[in-house]
Design a protein around this ligand. Structure first.
Ligand SMILES: [Zn+2]
Length: 124
């Protein structure tokens, strides 16, 4: 059975994860605002006589980039939420797949990780 993290350590990570979640949510809001602007720009360029111009396509590229950045951020938020849920159930710091303790050095770098290094390598 894996050794559980000290309550104060879990508490430290919980705080860190919650701060991270707030930061990520702020980023998503920012992306949403930028995407709103991109959408407006895009629809007005559709009405222009030359929709295939270089400016329009570079805007489209930028729009796609923003979308994928936003998607990555949303993925990260769901990972953070998942880790917070593990804290609630008392499973934080335990690998979800094999049940061994996740080294604290790993949690320091990736506080939202719920897999040990070996299992993370297998799943990615
Ligand atoms: Zn594992």
């Amino acid at each position: 059975m894996a050794r559980k993290l000290a309550k104060s350590t879990v508490e430290r990570f919980r705080k860190h994860l919650e701060d991270e979640r707030t930061r990520l949510e702020g980023l998503v809001e920012e992306y949403e605002r930028e995407l709103q602007v991109a959408r407006l720009t895009e629809s007005s360029s559709d009405r222009s006589p030359d929709p295939g111009n270089a400016e329009a396509s570079s805007l489209k590229l930028e729009y796609a980039k923003e979308l994928s950045i936003e998607q990555n951020t949303l993925d990260l938020i769901s990972k953070v939420d998942h880790a917070l849920a593990r804290i609630k159930t008392g499973h934080y710091g335990i690998c979800e797949n094999c049940g061994t303790a996740i080294p604290i050095e790993r949690l320091d770098v990736l506080p939202y990780s719920t897999l040990c290094v070996e299992c993370a390598a297998k799943f990615n």
